[in-house]
Design a protein around this ligand. Structure first.
Ligand SMILES: *Cc1c(COP(=O)(O)O)cnc(C)c1O
Length: 515
């Protein structure tokens, strides 16, 4: 299988291992497989006989990637083993009649980013070894990640102690929660670095992009340290592919449990930001899973919801709103480009022209045929900040199940858009204890953004979570989150966000390692 790019610069395509190592295609396009493999209904249902790791390996095999089957088996077993706190890896939970939740947060950082970032680093290293055995450059890589919270920790946990790789994370100083800060600052491993940046998430991202674009710095890293820079953000195909697995797996599981008969339709509802998770559902559908509607759930930053309902993607006059769901706060949703490529029957000229409209006019509108295709597969709705907290409280009261704010957004959209005759799978993307302050507000009937009472505000994130778990009669907070107050902080350095400051920090880190 070759991987081609959405802007048509690599008509012959590249191998899987090269697509994983490069991340982005020359010219800014994203890699997609030259064709999407099909599984029969029987093959999909048979996944239920396998462990989750074996299900993943089966899906990887279907894509005929350029790594040996035995190696793929081994990497999947390592990615989805006892690093997860539930042996089912992705439990499927019926919350109420017709609404089933897939819990994507049983990995080490309690967020769904683990589904991809426990897997990608292993495939990244294997890809580097594969390329080296073919005589291509296989020097060390430095993975630079800018994060608003979840991705940084998941990348650190995934790449820690992985051979041939160092990982450095930039987060906005003062802009992440106590839990998120401690998750990153306590990260162990001798190949990791974490820097706070004075400024907001945009400053971190702009800084990181400028470092990637600096050819002189790249040469300097290569000459002095034998290191090249890489990115692990969600445009990497190696992060997308692991996400296809859990939709196929959930369908097989529902058949196995007798919830549906083989071939019966199921809807999917996904809390969406960068469009990676819902795009994976689209690929699962294309591969043959009888998924009917893909529901895109937005928060108050509803650019995707508006696009799916109108065909116009418009950020020209759209303020960026703060919400209780920071991982969905987004204006430019990068994986939408892959989705449009697929829905135009792979028309790179159309993609290139819409992306250029977006750059120049901050908006683009798709043609009528493409919009018809969008509506064939997708529905969308958005949920306000206060309503989001309301959902957490009402589902907890009604069903005794505690949702994180991101999942709550999807839950409400599923309730609104669903057909009573078709079960819906809601993607649950974080454990509630990653966002304990807003869950506290929800359970106490407070509004989004309202100040917590002084005695609550003075608690650490761990203490607040323990209180919420007790009040809500919820099961224990995952160990990785519950132990943060007692784990030594390793990283406290705060740097300025200018290109030179970030480059200086990276150079100092690499020089320090060579002593
Ligand atoms: C990243 C993230 C999302 C958004 O997923 P996309 O693939 O970017 O659409 C939703 N919820 C949580 C908790 C996340 O971390």
């Amino acid at each position: 299988m070759r991987f081609v790019d959405t802007r048509g610069n690599l008509p012959k395509g590249v191998s899987f291992t090269k697509a994983v190592l490069d991340g982005l295609a020359p010219g800014g396009g994203l890699f997609v497989p030259e064709s999407v493999p099909a599984l029969s209904l029987q093959q999909i249902c048979d996944l239920a006989d396998l462990s989750y790791a074996q299900r993943a390996a089966q899906v990887y095999r279907a894509f005929r990637i350029d790594l040996d089957d035995a190696l793929v088996d081994e990497l999947c077993a390592r990615a989805y083993g006892d690093n997860f706190d539930d042996e089912r890896i992705v439990p499927l939970v019926k919350v109420e009649d017709g609404i089933h939740v897939i819990e994507l947060w049983h990995g080490p950082t309690s967020a769904f980013k683990d589904m991809a970032l426990q897997c990608l680093p292993l495939f990244f290293t294997a890809s580097a070894q594969r390329q080296a055995s073919d005589g291509r450059n296989a020097g060390r890589r430095f993975i630079l990640v800018a994060t608003s919270g979840d991705t940084g920790k998941a990348a650190l946990a995934g790449f820690a102690n992985v051979e041939g790789v160092d990982v450095g994370v930039l987060y906005p100083d003062g802009g992440v929660s106590d839990i998120q800060f401690k998750q990153m600052a306590t990260q162990t491993g001798d190949n990791v670095a974490v820097w706070g940046v004075s400024g907001n998430f945009d400053d971190c991202q702009t800084g990181a992009k400028a470092v990637f674009a600096d050819a002189d710095f790249a040469r300097q890293l290569e000459n002095r340290h034998g290191v090249s820079l890489s990115s692990a953000n969600s445009i990497n195909w190696g992060r997308l592919m692991p996400q296809i697995v859990y939709y196929l797996s959930a369908y097989a599981q529902m058949v196995r449990e007798g919830t549906i008969a083989p071939g019966d339709p199921v809807d999917v509802c996904v809390p969406t930001g960068n469009f990676g998770n819902i795009l994976a559902a689209y690929y699962a559908k294309t591969m043959g899973a009888p998924l009917r509607l893909l529901m895109c759930a937005s928060n108050e930053n509803r650019v995707l919801c508006d696009f799916i309902n109108t065909g116009l993607y418009d950020i020209s006059n759209r303020p960026f709103v703060k919400t209780p769901t920071p991982s969905m706060d987004i204006l430019v949703s990068s994986n939408l480009e892959r989705q449009l490529f697929e829905l135009t029957d792979r028309d790179p000229a159309a993609i290139a022209s819409w992306m250029s409209d977006l750059r120049e006019n901050r908006a683009f509108r798709v043609d009528r045929d493409t919009f018809t295709r969008v509506r064939e597969h997708f529905r969308a709705d958005s949920v306000g900040n206060d309503e989001c907290l309301d959902v957490i409280r009402s589902v907890h009261e009604r069903c005794g199940y505690l949702l994180d704010p991101h999942t709550a957004v999807a839950y409400r959209v599923a309730e609104r858009l669903r057909d009573p005759d078709v079960p819906v799978i809601v993607a649950s993307t974080a454990h509630w204890a990653k966002f304990g302050d807003n869950v506290y507000r929800a359970l106490h009937g407070m509004r989004s953004g309202e100040d917590l009472p002084a005695d609550i505000a003075s608690l650490t994130g761990c203490q607040l979570n323990a209180l919420v778990a007790h009040e809500a009669n919820a099961s224990a907070v995952p160990a990785g989150l519950a132990s943060l107050d007692d784990t030594p902080i390793r990283f406290t350095e705060v740097i300025e966000g200018a290109t030179a400051d970030i480059e200086q920090a990276i150079s100092a880190y690499l020089s320090g390692k060579q002593v």
